[in-house]
Ligand binder design. Sequence first.
Ligand SMILES: NC(=O)c1ccc[n+]([C@@H]2O[C@H](COP(=O)([O-])OP(=O)(O)OC[C@H]3O[C@@H](n4cnc5c(N)ncnc54)[C@H](OP(=O)(O)O)[C@@H]3O)[C@@H](O)[C@H]2O)c1
Length: 254
Amino acid sequence: MQHILVTGGAGRLGSLVVKHLSAAGYRVHGMSRRASPGEDWPGAEWKQADLVTGEGLSRAVQGMDVVVHTAGQGTWQVDFEGTRRLLDAARLAGVSHVVYISIMGIDRVLYNYGKVKLACEDLIEHSGISWSILRATQFHYLIELMLHKLTRLPLVLLVPTDLLLQPVAEEEVAGRLCEIVQAGPSGRLPDMGGPQVYTSGELARIWLKQHGMHRIILPIFLPGKTARGLRQGGNTCPQQATGTISWEAWLQHH
Ligand SMILES: NC(=O)c1ccc[n+]([C@@H]2O[C@H](COP(=O)([O-])OP(=O)(O)OC[C@H]3O[C@@H](n4cnc5c(N)ncnc54)[C@H](OP(=O)(O)O)[C@@H]3O)[C@@H](O)[C@H]2O)c1
């Protein structure tokens, strides 16, 4: 039976990956900085390790066949330096496949997190370990989190309404990562986006309606290259709308 390490195993995507892989019959190990998982964590084996200090990493990768790397914070220190440490340890341990989750459009829309992810992709491609990389669009939960933060003000919702987004259900991305583990090293895979491209204004209107909240949407204009890229749909992939759970359907279930 193959042993799989899921970094970020307690994270939003990582814990879903653990669930999918366990259901598929793999021996799954979740990695986290925490000493133990929460009560509702869906897996069995737990590895405590820190990508920044390197503590616990060699032990975490020991005996693993595959590493699904979902841990990250969007910083150079955690993502880039941490990925480099993880790959060094994985190479020494004889890991045969690294699966990496990246972000759609990082080569088209310029922002710091995207630059860090691009550099991580490059590390993986040149790691000497067989690899697979999947780029996905923004997860539904992230859009929900951002809208929650924006509704702290009463009566109004100040939001850019003209950005193009194609959110995808993190559950479906986790399922896709499980398929990639099953398929074996595949290199750069077709991107994965949700079923529909929305404007940020539409996402906000649907979200308010589903929550039964009344706010007047006040559009704000975001200046700069990143916002321009988002207005042009640089982080969407309408040709790869392989996710099936729409924003409306996801909200109804959460
Ligand atoms: N969110 C999106 O919309 C989206 C879209 C496309 C791709 N992605 C990618 O998907 C991945 C997962 O995203 P997510 O939204 O599920 O993130 P998340 O819930 O924040 O999970 C990230 C995990 O990284 C772990 N981590 C952070 N610093 C660490 C360190 N120093 N050492 C070890 N682990 C560390 C954390 O684990 P502990 O706190 O348990 O240690 C955390 O559970 C990321 O690589 C992200 O770039 C996200």
